[in-house]
Design a protein around this ligand. Structure first.
Ligand code: HEM
Length: 519
């Protein structure tokens, strides 16, 4: 269909259309005919009939009350009948694949005129490809699924599989060998933790916390035990189908009776008489992706202690959705295992060595959460900077109030410090063996996660104060702030609660304390 031809009008011509049945307004040099829409306008008719709005340039009033995306919705685009002669629309919100030029909306390494010792040209190219990928394939689905609560669309999972993103999200390693990464943009042996950081941060930029977890977050924590501790036969069967996005896996450790206290788990696995199978009984709670998972990496109490076993969905496995503060798109579930029979070949690591399997997972999981938290905080800074400049109160922009600037200052400082510390730790990870990482970075990562999530919660609180009522409203101007404020605590709990992690960091430091050090 040919695009509607847009006419050109002068402001004087527009001004003549200021009556209820003949109502035009100008927004950013675009002329809209609201004559029929006014009765449907969610903000009512009276605001449109105001003497300073009807037939006038309503740009400032509009942006004080609506997000730009309102005008991008097809049903509202159709209201545009022309443009103002000699003027061009200049306002934009987010441009697919592009960097934001709002100060602090991008980390310094992506901001014009700044430098970084950490990122290579390959990282920069990779970031551009990943930004485009997330904007084109993930963003819209994230918004829609966050809203309807359904799991991420299979088409997105398939697109991610096509460029091997599911494999890359497991970090660098042997599992990448022979794969074409992002259409060959990065060689498997060159892929490092900064590439992975980029992936996580670009996905976090979509601003949909539940969806972010739904997008195979369960795999990020549930597959490493299979990769690191599974038999070759098990890996050959399970890993390719998960990387292909055909099967889903989750990590099932916590229970109603035991969360952080993994030694208190009550799910049992007992050997069958012939010793060929485990018979698993028990429950698990708050398991991300479990509603749609095909595989469950499960912590079980066995004769020798704690053992991790890969259980496949089948007879005796039931999952029931749990409604948490974020959307059901994450697939959070309560699981029951009733006499589930599992081949002993599905044991991950040593029998009784489960605590080692579980602990070895934590550093990477927590670091991924830090990547995501740092980026989400930054998106909130961008939202607040835009709002504080476009919204007027008491006759002037919010940003002219010192209290608002003071909140922004704290938010920016927190975001920058989290990202800088994160990049330092990421650099260490790139230069340490897995064992060195466990010895030297467990404390650092625990501190960073606890610090990040404290910063995040402060920022969420400040952002709500800056947005006012809109910061607690699910639709409209403050929708990202409301979402962030509602979901920010997930990061503070998953992968270890704040106080527990801070304490872990200090205890790790004490282990390295020289015995003879004195004041
Ligand atoms: C093309 C023109 C317009 C369209 C398509 C439009 C659409 C909408 C929509 C969809 C909402 C619901 C809230 C949201 O999703 O953000 C809304 C709310 C509102 N609109 Fe408009 N609008 C237009 C022009 C205007 C203008 C010129 C004014 C002038 C003051 C106005 C005043 C309001 C008010 C006061 C609200 C309620 C805001 C709130 O609940 O915080 N609108 N509008």
């Amino acid at each position: 269909m040919a695009a509607k031809e847009l006419k050109q009008f002068t402001l004087e011509e527009v001004a003549e259309h200021n009556k209820p049945d003949d109502l035009w307004v100008v927004i950013d040099a675009k002329v809209y005919n609201l004559s029929r829409f006014k009765d449907l306008h969610p903000g009512g008719i009276s605001v449109l009939m105001d003497g300073e709005i009807a037939g006038q340039d309503a740009t400032e009033a509009f942006y004080g009350l609506h997000r730009h995306e309102v005008l991008e919705r097809p049903q509202y685009q159709r209201l545009q009948i022309g443009t103002i002669q000699g003027e061009q629309p200049v306002i934009y919100s987010r441009i697919v694949g592009e960097l934001s030029d709002v100060p602090y909306a991008e980390p310094t390494w992506l901001s014009q005129g700044y430098h970084s010792p950490y990122y290579t040209d390959n990282h920069r190219k990779f970031q551009q490809a990943m930004r485009r990928f997330a904007d084109e394939f993930i963003y819209e689905d994230a918004q829609a699924r966050e809203e309807d609560g359904k799991r991420p669309s299979q088409s997105v999972i398939d697109q991610m599989a096509a460029v091997n993103l599911h494999a890359m999200r497991m970090g660098p390693g042997k599992h990448l060998q022979g794969l074409s990464l992002m259409n060959g943009l990065v060689k498997p042996e060159e892929f490092n933790y900064f590439h992975e950081l980029i992936i996580t941060q670009e996905i976090a930029r979509c601003g949909a916390r539940g969806y972010g977890d739904g997008l195979m977050g369960g795999k990020v924590i549930g597959l490493p035990p299979v990769l690191n501790f599974g038999s070759e036969a098990l890996k050959a069967r399970v890993v390719p189908e998960v990387f292909a996005g055909k099967k889903f896996i989750c990590l099932a450790i916590s229970e109603a009776q035991a969360g952080s206290d993994v030694m208190g788990l009550q799910t049992t696995a007992v050997k069958s008489e012939d010793g060929k199978e485990w018979i698993v009984n028990g429950t698990k709670k708050w398991i991300t992706n479990a509603t749609f998972a095909d595989y469950f990496t499960v912590g079980c109490k066995t004769e020798d202690g704690l053992t991790v076993i890969l259980i496949e969905r089948g007879p005796g496995v039931e999952t029931r959705q749990i409604k948490t503060s974020y959307s059901t798109t994450a697939g959070t579930a309560y699981i029951t295992f009733d006499n589930v029979r599992v081949p002993v070949e599905n044991t991950l690591g040593e029998e009784g060595g489960g605590i080692f399997v579980i602990l070895s997972n934590f550093n990477h999981e927590r670091w991924v959460m830090c990547c995501s938290s740092a980026r989400s905080q930054r998106s909130i800074v961008e939202e607040c900077l835009k709002w504080a400049t476009q919204r007027k109160a008491f006759g002037k922009p919010l940003i002219s109030q010192a209290v608002i600037r003071s909140k922004l200052a704290a938010m920016i400082a927190r975001t920058e410090s989290v990202q800088s510390w994160l990049e330092n730790i990421t650099y260490q990870m790139c230069h340490m063996t897995y064992k060195q990482q466990s010895q030297k970075l467990a404390g650092q990562i625990a501190f960073l996660k606890s610090y990040s999530t404290r910063c995040a919660q402060e920022t969420a609180k400040d952002a709500v104060q800056i947005f006012g009522g809109r910061g607690i409203t699910r639709t409209g101007m403050g929708r990202f702030i409301e979402h962030y404020h509602r979901t920010v605590t997930f990061d503070a709990l998953l992968g270890g609660a704040e106080d527990v992690l801070s304490d872990l960091g200090v205890r790790q430091a004490m282990r390295a304390m020289p015995k003879n050090a004195r004041l």
